[in-house]
Design a protein around this ligand. Structure first.
Ligand code: FES
Length: 344
């Protein structure tokens, strides 16, 4: 390992701000395989750089997290090998991790860009894993962002475990895409059904049991209790009897129930004004898209089968980050986060 090269690599990543990352993601987007496109965007929404840096540079990170009403596991350093287990490329995480550290150890400061570095890691990892490069571009971007947020030492120290096993580990990208696109058969007389249609919500594509039924036009979170198991042991934000998606208000106020949509976003109801306003307030997503990839599951109604992923945390940080970005008083914005959340 070369310390100078590694330090240069960390410094290079440190210099990349939110705008540089947004530009790089836009540049690499056409090179990302279809199976990874949504998942990559969802991951970057789940682990925003500006929030990670605000916590890192705070004199009192735990106090700031409390002020931003953060619940659950928001620390990327605690989930270096698992935060991206919903990406197809996670199957090749070890190769991506090795390619990233190799790149860091031979990094030459020069005319390189973030997009170039992501592609270089994806190319090297694809050679190691003997898969198409397009499958690893998204997770290569995730790897570099992880280094940017946790540092190379912690990144190197993680064991590089792959969390997908059994038949899921062997699935081809085409199979995953086919499963995402499949809608539930409504039976022989299905064409006569109207509101009693039933759709499957998959909330972990790599677990056969991680799915529940939703009736037509039902909100995803309202259907989640159909999975009757006790998820509070796995995610303490979950309440017994409420299913695998944490919920609190059920009225687009608290932001607890946000989910990422891997497949079927077009089958969900369009975002209503209140849902859009609350997602902006929370800091989850800024978009005018009628059916974005981040939704409040207590508002999004299903009109077909969908595949979603539940982030491991929730919080109210939009106002705080906007105040920081404009050079204002992020602290004051944090103080008012709770009030703003209640008044959404
Ligand atoms: S449960 Fe509060 S916003 Fe959905």
């Amino acid at each position: 390992m070369s310390t100078n090269h590694s330090t240069d690599y960390e410094n290079f990543l440190d210099r990349q701000d939110e705008t540089a990352w947004a530009r790089a993601l836009e540049e690499i987007a056409p090179a990302i395989h279809e199976v990874e496109r949504n998942a990559t965007r969802v991951w970057f929404a789940f682990f925003p750089l500006a929030l990670a840096r605000a916590l890192q540079t705070s004199d009192d990170p735990e106090g700031l997290a409390r002020k931003l009403l953060m619940q659950g596991n928001y620390r990327l350093e605690d989930q270096i090998d698992s935060s991206h287990k919903f990406l197809y490329g996670h199957r090749h995480w070890r190769a991506v991790k090795d390619a990233t550290t190799e790149r860091a150890d031979s990094f030459a400061n020069g005319a390189t860009t973030l997009a170039d570095e992501i592609r270089a890691v994806a190319r090297r990892a694809a050679e190691g894993a003997r898969v198409d490069e397009s499958l690893l571009v998204g997770i290569a971007a995730v790897a570099l962002m992880t280094v940017a947020q946790v540092g190379l030492a912690k990144f190197r120290a993680s064991p590089g475990e792959v969390k997908v096993g059994g038949r899921f580990a062997r699935q081809s990208p085409a199979q995953v895409l086919r499963e995402r696109a499949r809608d539930d058969s409504q039976g022989l007389m299905g064409f006569l059904r109207t509101t009693d249609k039933r759709w499957t919500v998959v909330w972990n594509e790599n677990d056969e049991s991680a799915r529940f039924q939703m009736i037509d036009s039902q909100e995803i979170a309202s259907a989640a209790p159909n999975d009757e198991r006790d998820w509070s042991q796995i995610d303490p934000r979950c309440t017994v009897g409420e299913g695998p998606i944490p919920v609190q208000c059920r009225s687009a106020s608290c932001g607890t129930c946000w989910v990422g949509v891997l497949g079927g976003a077009e089958k969900l109801s369009p975002v209503a004004e209140r849902e859009r306003k609350v997602m902006h307030l929370m800091g989850y997503i800024e978009t005018d898209e009628p059916r974005p990839l981040i939704r409040l599951s207590c508002q999004a109604q299903g009109r077909g089968a969908v595949s979603v992923v539940v982030p491991p945390w929730n919080g109210v940080f939009g106002k705080f980050l906007r105040a920081q970005a404009s050079g204002g008083d992020g602290g004051q914005a944090a103080e008012s986060a709770a009030t703003a959340g209640e008044g959404a």
